[in-house]
Design a protein. Structure first.
Length: 444
């Protein structure tokens, strides 16, 4: 645990960000390696099975991850204000509530999995494999999302190293178990879902022990929570908008995914690989800019408003330094990068789609780097309305432009709509950051 508002800001940011970035990269490493395993060991069919319903999985994760981010912001405010008992109530009660809701949703989707497959127009050639993968993912959804959201709470208390250790452990477990299930038990893509559930089960137990240790150090471990509703309403001010913001960001994928699947399995495979490569790059600048969210939230809780402006400036420099090298590598060496995911018998169309996206589309991700800084600043000061507005503008632009362009340009129309959404998100974020009187007043 650490007070981020004290000491040299450049040193604080870099030391806090490095474990966060490494942790994010390791988490994506698991996704990337699993995609490589699916493509190399199982073929295009496995890629298509995973990619066909990937937008729904991402969307569900984003809803509860967004809620967890709101919990993390409120936790940082309470930590900064030294209200440790209330902080404990907020953490425990929110995790209990989220677990119950996720469990109910998982049961719902398992029961109606056939309807889900029909909605996403899953190709008959990969349908049975897709159903198995989806079912196992839903069974373990509570466990996986607990591990993902525990990161938000631990980092809110100023500890970015522990999530890194957990990412290393979960990545090794995921890769090892997934490969073993495929090689020794001859499982299909469902092996990757099963490995994910098992690894997060182990990590989840370790996160519970870590939170208990934090409560002991803060002197609130033995203090009983008087009410299961304690802190829930106050948290909703942060989490509700953050939840909607994350939903808005990924809802476009739900709407557009059936159109991508209709283009063909090559387009679905390209989408999955392109998204994995995007995720690697995004993991760098998104986790780097989380430093800004935690720093800003602690400053806000401690009423140190004079530090906010410099925090934004340092975060911009840091995100640029971290992200630009990886963006350039992905674009300049597009054939080699895409070749990591596809087997020798891969569809030439899928490979071409992916290479063209990396060369001509991915460099525009710098717009998303800027937009993400605004997201984390708004989240840190608790202005969730501004956060929602920026994300919603990007999602609406993505849906409209993709619906217009996909019928004419296929998967390239989808990629173009994605890029345009980054532009809108960044522009609206800048307009609010520089134009809102209340937000400007905090930086004065």
């Amino acid at each position: 645990m650490k007070d981020l508002t004290k000491g040299n800001i450049y040193k604080t940011f870099i030391l806090f960000a490095i474990p966060m970035v490494l942790s994010g990269l390791l988490s994506q490493c698991y996704n990337v390696v699993n995609t490589i395993i699916a493509g190399k060991l199982l073929g295009d069919g496995a890629l298509g099975a995973i990619g066909a319903i990937a937008p729904l999985d991402t969307f569900l994760n984003s809803i509860f991850w967004g809620y967890g981010m709101g919990v993390g912001v409120y936790t940082a405010h309470l930590f900064g204000a030294k209200e440790y008992y209330r902080m404990k109530c907020v953490i425990v009660n929110n995790f209990l509530m989220l677990s119950g809701i996720i469990a109910l949703l998982s049961v719902f989707f398992i029961i109606f999995r056939g309807t889900v497959m029909d909605f996403f127009n899953v190709d008959d050639a990969v349908l049975s494999e897709c159903v198995r993968y989806f079912t196992i993912s839903m069974v373990g959804k509570v466990i996986v999302l607990f591990g993902i959201n525990a990161v938000q709470v631990i980092t809110a208390m100023g500890d970015s190293a522990y999530p890194l250790y957990m990412s290393i452990l979960s990545t090794l477990l995921n890769i090892g178990l997934g490969s073993a299930f495929i090689v020794f038990f001859h499982m299909d893509a469902s092996a990757l879902a099963l490995a994910n559930v098992i690894s997060y089960s182990i990590v989840g137990v370790l996160y519970i022990l870590k939170m208990a240790s934090c409560f002991k150090k803060l002197g609130v471990y033995k203090m009983k929570i008087k009410s299961l509703s304690e802190g829930l309403l106050a948290t909703a001010r942060y989490s509700a908008f953050s939840c909607l913001q994350q939903s808005a960001m990924y809802f476009a994928g739900i709407i557009l995914s059936p159109m991508v699947n209709n283009i063909g399995s090559a387009a679905a495979a390209s989408y999955l690989v392109s998204y994995r490569i995007y995720d690697i790059n995004a993991a760098i600048y998104q986790n780097s800019s989380k430093t800004l969210a935690s720093y800003t939230a602690q400053c806000f809780g401690a009423k140190k408003y004079d530090k906010l402006k410099k925090g934004m400036k340092v975060a911009l420099i840091q995100s640029s330094v971290f992200s630009l090298p990886f963006i350039l590598i992905s674009a300049l060496f597009a054939p080699a990068v895409s070749g990591l995911f596809f087997g020798s018998d891969a569809s030439p169309e899928a490979v071409t789609y992916t290479i063209n996206f990396l060369r001509w589309g991915l460099p525009f991700i710098v717009l998303n780097v800027i937009a993400n800084l605004y997201h984390n600043y708004f989240r840190g000061i608790g202005n969730m309305a501004a956060l929602l507005m920026t994300s919603l503008s990007g999602s609406i632009a993505r849906i409209i432009m993709s619906l217009i362009l996909i019928p004419y340009y296929g998967i390239y129309g989808y990629y173009a709509g994605w890029i345009i959404s980054w532009l809108f998100d960044a522009l609206v974020g800048a307009a609010i950051y520089f134009g809102s009187k209340s937000i400007r007043a905090l930086r004065a």
